[in-house]
Design a protein around this ligand. Structure first.
Ligand SMILES: [Cu+2]
Length: 128
């Protein structure tokens, strides 16, 4: 009886992960003068995420992560938010991007506004 119960639990837990219905996890990223918080965003390969990205500054910034956005599976409705590997923000703006994390690796991100990355506005997206 105990063995049967264990088998049932195992079988049901095997069905759950990695399906299209896997709920996405929210990850908050803040852009400010002149940093990303967190500066290292850690994701799990194959997991669905909603990146909830806010420019908390009064001025504009962008999040450039060309190789990451090229490799990730971006939700079709959200692809228009990304242009040439970058998402642009007005001061105070929040943008949600839904995606599935790509192959494990370390992907660079930075702000392309003049001198911002020199001032420290760089970071990494690490997919495990
Ligand atoms: Cu910036």
């Amino acid at each position: 009886m105990k063995t049967l119960l264990t088998a049932v639990i195992l079988a049901s837990s095997l069905v759950a992960p990695a399906s299209a219905d896997t709920p996405s996890k929210r990850v908050d990223i803040a852009l400010s003068n002149f940093k990303f918080t967190p500066s290292i965003v850690t994701l799990l390969h194959g997991q669905a995420y909603t990146l909830h990205i806010t420019d908390t500054a009064s001025g504009s910034h962008d999040l450039v992560a060309k190789s990451f956005f090229a490799a990730a599976s971006i939700a079709p409705e959200d692809r228009k938010l990304i242009s040439k590997g970058a998402i642009s923000f007005d001061g105070g703006e929040t943008i949600d991007v839904r995606l599935v994390a790509p192959a494990p690796g370390t992907y660079e991100m930075h702000c392309s506004h003049f001198m911002h990355s020199t001032f420290g506005m760089t970071g990494k997206i690490v997919v495990q």
